[in-house]
Structures are given as C-alpha cells and as structure tokens.
Write a protein that binds this ligand. Structure first.
Ligand code: AMP
Ligand code: FE
Ligand code: FE
Ligand code: ZN
Length: 276
C-alpha cells in the first residue's frame, strides 16, 4: 500500500484537474490518495474514481495561530456533513474577501489589475489564493518569478499576507471532528516556530482534538523527519504523510515521491479500513 495524503488540484492552486491527478497517482502506484485542496472539497464533486485507487476525503484548511498562518488537513470525514459544508462555505467567503484586500494592497504597490489578473490565472474566481496573484505578477513582468513575488509581496509579514480572515484552529479541528474526520497538523516545519512555540502548538492541537501530525511533506531532510517522528511519539499523535503536490516539475513536492516515512509510528489510517 502506498499513501499520498496531501495534494492539490485546479480546485485550489494546483495545475491538474482531479481526474488527471488520479491518473498520475495510478502511474505512481499510489493505492490511497487524499485530495487536500485549500479550503475546498470541490474536487470531489462528481469525481469518477478509476479502479485500483482508493480516494479518501480530504481538505487543507487555512488557519491562524499566534499570528502565524498554519494549515490543518482534514481526512476521512463525511463530505456531506453539515459541519464540513459550513466550514468550507465560511472559508470560501473569507477567501473571496481576502482576495479583494490582497488585490487592493498589490494595486497600491503598483501591480497592474491584480484582481482580474489573479482570476485569469485561477481560471475563475472560485478559490483565489496567493499563488494566483504570484502567477499574475510574473505574467505581467512585475517580478521575475513566483518565489520573488512571495519574498517581496506575498510571503510571511508582507503586504499581501492576510490571514486574520480564517477561522481559528480550534474551530477548524471541531469542524473536521464533527464530520467524523481526523484533523492533522500539516507540515509543521514550514511555520518557522521555535522549539518552545512548536511544543505549545502541539499541546494545544491535542487539546483541541487534533489527532494527526504530518511527519513527511514532500522531499525533506532526514533530520526533519527524525524530529517530527519524535514529536509524533511525544504527543501521541498519529503519523500522516504526503507530497503536497501542486504541479509537475517540482521535484521537492512530486506526487508519490516524498521522503521515506519513519518506521514504527502509528498512522492516521489505522482503523479506517478493514485489515489495516
Ligand atoms: P494561500 O492559500 O493563498 O494562503 O496560499 C498558500 C499557498 O501558496 C501554499 O499552499 C503554496 O502553494 C504557496 N506558497 C506559499 N509560500 C510560497 C513561496 N514562498 N513560493 C511559492 N509558493 C508559495
Ligand atoms: Fe498551495
Ligand atoms: Fe499547506
Ligand atoms: Zn498543501
């Protein structure tokens, strides 16, 4: 069995349609996949699942903790539940309002037509995120590449980094649990937390009802995997892992090609299916 429990499609900021993502997953011998688009489960609408792969309901909720953006992955919930539907609807509205604010700040910084540009990059205004603004800024020559757009305008603490709009993490975990799912703290190493802060977050996450920790997110240093395995044991969390795949051509987050997960950890999917 091979699991990839973190990846994106065109329903958020990924490049592949859900159907193409599942085809690629089959080519990569993935047996179980969760599509975890940012704040949406639209990829699951009328999704035709080809034989040979199990699709587990997933979502990656944006949130904020101690003035830092954090991501909470929800897995194996009931997509029809009111709790998840309301959570997603709340964030859809928040994302729309946030996009307008980001656009107005970028316009002040001199970016031409940021709102229309981001919509064009996203192929519609259904789920605008910072990567769509970054792509527009590259397309109109305002910056050289997406990484520069994040470094100067969209990344942590820059003008386009707006995160007050999201539901708090306690509420997000409650949505996932009310829908019968498992809440997983996504890629903790990306939050640049001190050890003290990370332990505070993990303690709080357990108290809110969080049950999982992403111990592998794409390609990462062995030291990071070892640290996260340690925190997983220490806080009695279950391990989850995935690629955080967005598009082909990014070897550090390529579908199914994540670093080797640590052995001997209990995993989020234990008890989800018969026989594992
Ligand atoms: P948003 O959902 O609007 O907060 O955007 C978050 C997404 O932006 C992440 O999931 C990544 O796909 C992307 N992202 C974050 N930081 C960077 C970066 N430094 N360079 C490129 N993409 C980034
Ligand atoms: Fe993303
Ligand atoms: Fe994320
Ligand atoms: Zn992600």
């Amino acid at each position: 069995m091979k699991f990839d429990l973190h990846c994106h499609t065109t329903a958020s900021d990924g490049a592949l349609e859900p159907r193409a993502l599942l085809q690629l997953a089959l080519e990569r011998n993935i047996s179980h996949i969760a599509i975890t688009d940012h704040d949406t489960i639209a990829a699951y609408d009328q999704l035709e699942v080809p034989p040979g792969i199990t699709v587990i309901p997933g979502v990656e909720f944006s949130s904020q903790w101690c003035r830092r953006g954090i991501h909470i992955v929800g897995l194996n919930f009931d997509p029809a539940s009111a709790a998840i539907r309301q959570g997603v609807a709340r964030h859809r509205k928040a994302r729309r309002e946030r996009a307008e604010k980001i656009a107005s700040r970028l316009a002040k910084a001199g970016v031409p037509n940021p709102f229309e540009g981001a919509i064009a990059q996203a192929g519609g205004d259904h789920n605008l995120g910072r990567p769509h603004f970054a792509r527009h800024m590259v397309a109109c020559g305002f910056v050289g590449d997406e990484s520069e757009a994040f470094k100067r305008y969209l990344g942590n603490g820059k003008v386009g980094d707006i995160r007050e709009c999201w539901a708090g993490p306690e509420e997000v975990v409650a949505w996932i649990r009310a829908a019968g799912g498992t809440a997983v703290l996504a890629h903790p190493e990306k939050y640049q937390l001190t050890r003290t802060r990370l332990t505070a977050l993990l303690t709080a996450f357990r108290q809110w009802g969080g049950e999982g920790l992403e111990v592998v997110s794409g390609r990462q240093l062995p030291r990071v995997t070892a640290d996260l395995a340690h925190w997983c044991n220490r806080y009695e969390l279950r391990a989850s892992w995935g690629s955080d795949f967005h598009r082909p051509g990014q070897p550090w987050s390529d579908l199914g090609n994540y670093s080797t997960p640590p052995a001997n950890l209990s995993t989020v999917w234990q008890g989800w299916f018969e026989g594992c």
